[in-house]
Write a protein that binds this ligand. Structure first.
Ligand code: SF4
Ligand code: SF4
Length: 441
């Protein structure tokens, strides 16, 4: 019996695929976690000091092994072996996690384990087992169902953000997918984005009837709801004939580029249109000369890498194959290790703005510390989300930055809340606003 258990995941040529609806696909990954905690610490070769040395918001906040990816892997493995059932604490541990992907890239420095997909599959399992998601997540799902946005705001007011003097065209190669947050809460980001289009001479269209991207429902394991939104949104996008979809929200960007293909079992390339974040588009416009960054923005500024624009944004390719001896897979598998996220473009834009003194935080690029807001965290664990933003803000203050810039409304709001709570003298801006200040000069 002991041998059967020990060797269960060593069976040669075991078939598996990247399908998060069946946790069995990732039990091997869970079982091979060696508890080295590379998913929690930023390795010393990247880390100039001892002060900001953790990468996992969950393990850092809760200071208990269960909350790190290594703990969650053990919980999942124990469940797969029938040694543990869901209880209130296990559910809390699984959801008090920003699904930020820092553990996944940390683990893949040394091992080829799919920690991020394991975490997603465990949330899907929680829903399949009738215990997940958290009550707050269910409320968000109800709002999306009723109003097509995650705030429960009136659907007919979705385009109220449009500024005077800028009108989308009926048909264009570029479609701006605004997202719920910029449509209803951070209208300044949507307005800045279309001003950038106007300044660069780019005609843009909107979705004839834009709905939520489904980030929260996907992230909390409501797979069927997320899949139906993915199918609906991709169908609507294809019907428009637009060639490029641009978002100003990092979470929406990840949904369109990575998680819609994952949900629909296609590759990113098979979507049939290009998905860009505003910074990729604006960087190209600046470099081609179509967008001029003229007016100085005199500030010591730092840039926060949003998880969903960076380590979580590498293109998706479905995988189906066999796992053999020592976990070797065939056919060969191209791992997503987070190094090819969108890192250079926002930095190039900010460095091209006269007066900007861009300084980096110790934890940057794929090692950046999550703001704490995304993927359902703020809805169910507002205190944890606020703590993560305050923790990151300490890093901002440590390097003496006056301005903190990101590329996601979720980051902006969470950081703005932390600044307000702490009475700090740090200006929090979205990169679209910074670009607008410079082009409008
Ligand atoms: S880095 Fe990977 S192997 Fe190491 S403890 Fe974390 S999940 Fe386990
Ligand atoms: S996804 Fe982020 S918060 Fe969750 S375990 Fe991994 S590093 Fe920690």
């Amino acid at each position: 019996m002991a041998n059967e258990l020990n060797f269960r995941y060593y069976k040669p040529k075991e078939e598996f695929k990247f399908d998060i609806t069946d946790m069995e696909n990732f039990v091997y990954d869970m079982s091979r976690c060696i508890k080295c905690k590379g998913c929690t610490w930023v390795e010393h070769t990247y880390m100039p000091g001892a002060k900001f040395m953790t990468r996992c918001p969950s393990a850092t906040k809760y200071e208990f092994d269960a909350y790190g990816a290594y703990g969650k892997m053990r919980i999942g493995h124990a469940m797969a072996e029938g040694k543990l059932e869901w209880n209130e604490k296990a559910l809390e541990v699984m959801y008090a996690c920003t699904l930020c992907g820092a553990c996944d890239v940390g683990c893949k420095r040394n091992l080829d384990l799919e920690i991020g997909l394991s975490l997603e599959s465990l949330r899907v399992k929680a829903v399949q087992d009738g215990v997940g998601p958290m009550r707050a997540h269910k409320k968000v799902a109800e709002k999306i169902n009723k109003t097509h946005n995650c705030f429960g705001s009136p659907h007919e007011k979705r385009t109220d953000w449009l500024p005077e003097g800028i009108t989308p065209v009926e048909k264009a190669d570029v479609l701006y997918f605004v997202g719920c947050t910029a449509s209803y809460i951070n209208k300044e980001i949507a307005r800045s984005t279309v001003k950038i289009f106007k300044s660069a001479g780019t005609d843009f269209m909107l979705m004839p009837d834009e709905w939520c991207c489904g980030n929260t429902v996907f992230s909390v394991g409501l797979y069927d709801e997320a899949k139906s939104l993915a199918q609906r949104n991709v169908d609507e996008m294809r019907k428009t004939g637009a060639k490029t979809l641009i978002t100003s929200c990092a979470e929406g960007y990840r949904m369109w580029k990575v998680d819609y293909p994952k949900l629909l079992n296609i590759s990113t390339a098979e979507l049939g249109f290009e998905v860009l974040h505003l910074v990729e588009y604006a960087d190209a416009m600046v470099k081609s000369g179509a967008l001029e960054l003229k007016k100085p923005v005199n500030t010591r500024m730092t840039y926060h890498d949003a998880c969903s624009l960076t380590r979580l944004s590498e293109p998706w390719t479905p995988y189906e194959g066999k796992r053999g001896w020592m976990g070797c897979v065939e056919p060969r598998l191209q791992r997503r290790r987070g190094q090819h996220g969108v890192y250079a473009q926002p930095r190039d834009i900010l460095n091209a703005i006269p007066g900007v003194n861009l300084v980096e935080m110790p934890r940057m690029k794929e090692n950046a510390f999550c703001c704490g807001a995304g993927r359902g965290t703020q809805a169910a664990f507002p205190d944890f989300a606020a703590w993560a933003a305050q923790h990151r803000l300490e890093e901002v203050k440590e390097i003496g930055a006056e301005t903190l810039v990101s590329t996601c409304p979720w980051c902006k709001n969470n950081f703005a809340g932390a600044v307000k709570a702490g009475g700090d003298d740090v200006q929090v801006l979205d990169i679209s606003e910074v670009i607008c200040v410079s082009i409008e000069g």
